[in-house]
Design a protein around this ligand. Structure first.
Ligand code: HEC
Length: 114
C-alpha cells in the first residue's frame, strides 16, 4: 500500500514538474514574440536602435545595452517602464500589450538565459 502511494506521488510529481516546464517554455516563447513585435525596433542588438543606443549612453558599457543581453532585469522593472514609458519610449496601453502579454514579456526579459 505505501509502495503504491509512493509510486503515485512520484508519478504526480513528475507530471507536475514536466507540465510546469512546458508552461514555462510557452510563456517565454510568448514573451519573445511580444518583444519582437513591440520592443525590438528600439531595443534590438545594433547601433541604430534608439533604445539600445540610449541605454549604451546611460550605462556607458557597465552592463549590456540590449535588453535581451541583460541579466539584471526583474518583472516589476519591466512592467514599470512598459506601462509608463521614458524619454521617447511610449507607454504601452493594455489594448496594445495586455497584462497577460506583459507578464510573459517580463518573464522573458527577466529570465537569465533568453
Ligand atoms: C520608440 C522606441 C522604443 C520602444 C518601441 C521601446 N522602448 Fe524601451 N526605451 C527606449 C528608450 C529611448 C529608453 C530610455 C533609455 C534611457 O534611459 O536612456 C528606453 C528604456 C527602457 C527601459 C529602461 C531600461 C533601463 O535600464 O533604464 C526598459 C526596461 C524598456 N525600455 C523596456 C522596453 C520594452 C519591454 C519595450 C516593448 C514593450 C520597449 N521598451 C519599447 C525606447 C523604446
Amino acid at each position: 500500500m505505501m509502495k503504491n502511494l509512493d509510486t503515485i506521488l512520484l508519478a504526480a510529481m513528475v507530471t507536475w514538474a514536466s507540465s510546469a516546464m512546458a508552461d514555462d517554455g510557452a510563456i517565454l516563447a510568448r514573451g519573445k514574440h511580444v518583444f519582437n513585435q513591440w520592443c525590438a525596433s528600439c531595443h534590438g542588438v545594433g547601433n541604430h536602435m534608439a533604445g539600445t543606443a540610449s541605454l549604451a549612453a546611460k550605462y556607458s558599457g557597465s552592463i549590456p545595452a540590449a535588453l535581451e543581453e541583460r541579466t539584471d532585469l526583474n518583472p516589476d522593472f519591466i512592467r514599470y517602464f512598459v506601462r509608463n514609458g521614458v524619454l521617447i519610449m511610449p507607454a504601452f496601453r493594455k489594448t496594445e500589450v495586455s497584462d497577460t502579454d506583459l507578464a510573459a514579456l517580463a518573464a522573458y526579459l527577466s529570465h537569465p538565459t533568453k
